[in-house]
Design a protein around this ligand. Structure first.
Ligand code: MTE
Length: 302
């Protein structure tokens, strides 16, 4: 796995014209729009050189059960979601708990572009050029107390705008969690955009988690609550079926899902006859994350 160091935003997309004002203002701390080619958008050491999927792929084939179980349901129904105003409740073992307005939460965050591999537990994958900031920055801003060991996240509950929540298909809200060291890892991103535009609603607007070495379901969408805890939090798929979905859910080609192999994956957008690709341990991010799991049995802690 190689990481590109010299890729410029304009190399991957002509959509830079549409760079979102809110993201730029947050990322550059209020610098005028004329100077958007600033450090906030410098290509990072963390980006893959794999070819990104198109915005069309990324925003038309989704999992977002709040809008239904079909892959096309989120694109069809998520436009009804009101994402402005938006606030995030930050609570638990933090110095500065509160109900933060989105703009306040984004103030001071360094928005970067990160081109990440994305591997769903269902054995499909994409490469996505996210815009976002490191979760560690947000956690530093709110002040994590020494007793905190985990970070817990919740998605919005609003059945009148999220038709999938009218049924009891999942126990709402959608929940996820990370160990604190995972949350603080520089790869762990809070995404606010894709291709320099606001996140499409179906991708989890206005802000969602991205944890590229874990199966996609850990990357919780449309976050309204972040809570610091001293014990392992509940996570939706893990609660739903612990035999199939572990709390860690690190991408691991050697540990099969009980109903299918995880050794290979189908890259979305490759066409009908594209060959499956081999799945990489930690989705190719082992160099950055493997040491967090030293001494752990990753078959038992899948
Ligand atoms: N977050 C919420 N709130 N609800 C969901 O159903 N699906 C997860 C994850 N985050 C999901 C969610 C799953 S299974 C995957 S694979 C990714 O979102 C899909 O992200 P994408 O649609 O942006 O590719």
């Amino acid at each position: 796995m190689s990481f590109k160091t010299d890729l410029k935003y304009s190399d991957v997309t002509p959509r830079a014209d549409y760079l979102n004002r809110r993201q730029i203002m947050a990322g550059l701390g209020g610098v005028a729009l004329g100077s958007i080619a600033g450090p906030g958008f410098a290509a990072g050491q963390y980006s893959t050189d794999a070819t990104p999927n198109t915005l069309e792929d990324i925003s038309s084939y989704n999992n977002f059960y709040e809008f239904g179980f079909g892959k096309e349901d989120p694109a069809e129904y998520a436009h009804t979601l009101t994402t402005d105003p938006w606030s995030v409740q930050v609570d638990g073992l933090v110095d500065k708990p509160g109900n933060y307005d989105l703009a306040d939460l984004l103030t001071g965050m360094d928005i970067e572009e990160r081109i990440y591999r994305f591997r769903c537990v269902e054995a499909w994958s994409m490469v996505i050029p996210w815009n976002g900031f490191q979760l560690s920055q947000l956690l530093e801003k709110v002040g994590v107390q020494p007793s905190a060991k985990y970070v817990y996240f919740e998605t919005l509950v609003r059945p009148e705008e999220m038709p999938g929540q009218k049924g009891a298909s999942l126990d709402w809200p959608y929940r996820e969690g990370l160990r604190l060291d995972e949350a603080m890892n520089p790869l762990t991103l809070v995404a606010t955009g894709i291709y320099g535009e606001d996140l499409p609603n179906q991708n989890g607007a206005p802000l969602r988690l991205v944890v590229p070495w874990k199966y996609g379901f850990k990357s919780i969408k449309s976050i309204v609550r972040i809570s610091l805890m001293d014990s392992q939090p509940q996570a939706t798929w893990n609660m739903q079926n612990p035999a199939e979905y572990g709390f860690y859910s690190n991408v691991n080609p050697t540990v099969s899902h009980p109903r299918w192999s995880q050794a290979t994956e189908r890259k979305i957008g490759g066409g009908l006859f594209a060959r499956r690709q081999e799945t990489l341990m930690f989705n190719g991010y082992g160099e950055q994350v493997a040491n967090m799991y030293d001494g752990m049995d990753l078959t038992a802690n899948f």
